[in-house]
Design a protein around this ligand. Structure first.
Ligand code: 5GP
Length: 118
């Protein structure tokens, strides 16, 4: 199933691409939540984390290593950043082509709002 990300990877749709190699394509999120918000996307179509197979292990590693490299290039490696993969409805996934969010450039606060405990 094709998504907008497949079209960005193939060059059919425009995006601010910041990195591309044989494994992954990375581009700036169209609706950023922080000064740095980059999506790292496998060139191979995989819908969600649930669809990953053992043979994709190296590809997932390539995604994380690309994010690490981009964090350094963005100048946010030292102060820190967050890597997020959303999965399906409760995870908040909207685009069903696997992607890693690289987010940083400001303090990001707690990871997820805590369940009310009082
Ligand atoms: P998800 O919620 O699926 O993890 O995140 C999807 C992300 O893709 C969102 O942050 C959204 O802003 C971004 N996005 C959706 N459509 C486009 C697009 O056409 N171009 C770019 N660059 N980002 C997009």
């Amino acid at each position: 199933m094709s998504t907008i990300f497949s079209k960005i990877i193939s060059g059919e749709a425009p995006a601010d691409i910041v990195y591309k190699d044989e494994h992954v394509t990375a581009f700036r999120d169209i609706n950023p939540v922080a000064p740095t918000h980059i999506l790292v996307v496998p060139n191979k179509f995989i819908s969600t984390v649930n669809d990953l197979e053992q043979e994709d292990a190296a590809l997932v590693g390539q995604m994380v290593l690309a994010a690490k490299k981009l964090a350094a290039e963005e100048g946010i490696a030292e102060q820190g950043y967050r890597l997020i993969i959303n999965c399906n409805r409760d995870g908040g996934q909207v685009v069903f082509h696997l992607h890693l969010h690289l987010i940083g450039g400001r303090p990001l606060g707690p990871m997820v709002r805590r369940l009310k405990t009082d």
